[in-house]
Design a protein around this ligand. Structure first.
Ligand code: KIV
Length: 271
């Protein structure tokens, strides 16, 4: 017997319930209407409008350049597509780090202009006041610890975080703090599986991992990586469920050759 309950709509409350009953939480990114419709229809619990749109959609090397207006554009396209999933939207770099009032203004713009259901912010104690300010306005917040790509120039590399005891201890403290101040969930990115398990066991809110092992409450991947549209990014944690890069390249190549040879369109494909 499965412990999977049917949820008509996923809310932050459903997610905490899933942790309590032991049902794992599925989360994927999406940045546009058409993809979000497929992801929502396939039963994914949380759609993350990630600032990874900066890489995947816009071709930037890092997540830093994407703007609040661009995130709102992506998020509103996703929101128009969904029936069931909870939509979480990343606050982009530079829109919440300088002071709590600016953080709240950015979060309010996301909620009002995109219709998203929650926001995600990267970091621990250094952004505590910003998170509290957003939570006080009634906006649900998801935390993000471990490898936080908006800090790539501080880290200097996308390698596994918190392997050393000092960083691991701070991460655990930050996770407990995020729970205490009222975050509804935490993403843990690219940290040792043993530490992720310890965090998931230490907090009552769901912990969603990416490169954080199996002993957490759910998993998240970047959609375009998971369906194999991107093919140059090959971290160990990534499982590709399709090779869409190859399939699309073949199909588009076939189209080009059909056009060149006049095999397309045929008599049935015209008026
Ligand atoms: O922006 C993003 O896609 C993310 C996930 C990797 C968790 O933050």
């Amino acid at each position: 017997m499965s412990n999977k309950k049917e949820y008509k709509r996923i809310t932050v409350k459903s997610l905490v319930e899933m942790k309590t009953t032991g049902e794992k939480i599925s989360m994927l990114t999406a940045y546009d209407y058409t993809m979000a419709k497929i992801v929502d229809g396939a039963g994914v619990d949380i759609i993350l409008v990630g600032d990874s749109a900066s890489n995947v959609m816009a071709g930037h090397e890092t997540t830093l350049p994407i703007t609040l207006d661009q995130m709102i554009y992506h998020a509103s396209s996703v929101v128009r597509a969904i029936n069931r999933s909870l939509v979480v939207v990343d606050l982009p770099f530079g829109t919440y780090q300088s002071d709590p009032k600016e953080a709240l203004r950015s979060a309010i713009r996301i909620m009002k202009e995109s219709g998203g259901h929650a926001v995600k912010l990267e970091g621990g104690k250094e952004i505590k006041d910003s998170i509290k300010k957003i939570l006080n306005a009634g906006i649900p917040v998801m935390g993000h610890l471990g490898l936080t790509p908006q800090s790539i120039y501080k880290f200097g590399t996308y390698t596994v975080r918190a392997k050393e005891e000092e960083e691991a201890e701070q991460l655990l403290k930050d996770a407990k703090m995020l729970e205490r101040i009222g975050c509804f969930a935490i993403v843990l990115e690219k940290i040792p599986a043993k530490l992720a398990k310890q965090v998931a066991e230490s907090v009552s809110i769901p912990v969603i991992g990416i490169g954080a092992g199996a002993d957490v409450d759910g998993q998240v991947l970047v959609l375009h990586d998971m369906i194999g549209m991107t093919h140059e990014f090959n971290p160990r944690f990534l499982r590709r469920y399709m090779n869409l890069f190859e399939t699309m390249t073949e199909s588009i190549g076939q189209y080009v050759s059909d056009v060149k040879s006049s095999a397309f369109p045929n008599a049935e494909e015209q008026y």
